[in-house]
Design a protein around this ligand. Sequence first.
Ligand code: ADP
Ligand code: MG
Length: 227
Amino acid sequence: AEELMVQSEKLSVAGQLAAGIAHEIRNPLTAIKGFFKLIESGNYHTSDYYQIINGELNRIELICSELLLLAKPQAVQFRTVSISALLKDVTLLLETQAIINDVWFEFDFQIEKDYVKADGNQLKQVFINIIKNGIEAMENGGTLSVRTAVQNGFLSILISDEGPGISEKVLSKLGEPFFTTKENGTGLGLMISFNIIKNLNGSIEIENKKDKKGTTFNIQLPLEGYN
Ligand code: ADP
Ligand code: MG
C-alpha cells in the first residue's frame, strides 16, 4: 500500500502559498471582469451572467474564509481535550451532509482517557476536513468509520471511507496548497490539517485499504500524560 508521511518542508513555503492564493483568486476575478465587460456592452444575457458572477464571488469568499482560519494563530487556546468528545461533536455537525450522501457513520472508541493537549477548534477543523473528504469520496454512499487506538504513547484516530482510494499521483500532491481533483474543491483542507497536526507534534498517514476499496487517514497525536 502507498503511504505518505506529512512532509513539513512542503507546508512552510510561504511563497508557494502566496503564488497559489494569487492564482486562485485571479481566475474568478478575471471571469467576473469579463462578464462585466459583456454587461457593459449591452449584451442581453445579463441574468445568466449575474449567476456566474455570483458563483465566482462565492468561490473567492470560500477561499478567503478557509485562508482566514490559517491566519488566526492568536486565537489558539491549548487545553486538554477529549478526542472522542470532539469526534462526536464533529460527526453531529456533518450528519446532515452524510445522510444526503447516503453515508453512515460507524464508531469504535477503544480508549477511555483519550486526552490530547490541543486547541479544540483547530482539531475540529482537521476532523471536519478529513471526514468531509471521506463523505465526498463515496459518490454512491457507504460507511465512514471513526476509530481510536493507542500506540507507543500516541493516540491514533483512524478515519476510513469506502471510496475509490487515492492514486499514487494524487497521493504525492496531497498537502500542497490548492491541489484538488474536485470541480468545486479549494484544495486547502488537507494542507491546513497537515499544518495543525504537525504543530502538535503529530503526524498523518494515508493508506489505501489492502483488501477492499477505500482510504484510511491515520492521525497520530501525543497522548497527554504519557511519559
Ligand atoms: P478539496 O477537498 O477541496 O479538494 P482537500 O485538501 O481536502 O481539498 O483534498 C485534496 C484532494 O485530496 C481531493 O481533491 C481529493 O482528490 C483527495 N482526497 C482527499 N481525501 C480523499 C479520500 N478520502 N478519498 C479519495 N481522495 C481524497
Ligand atoms: Mg476537502
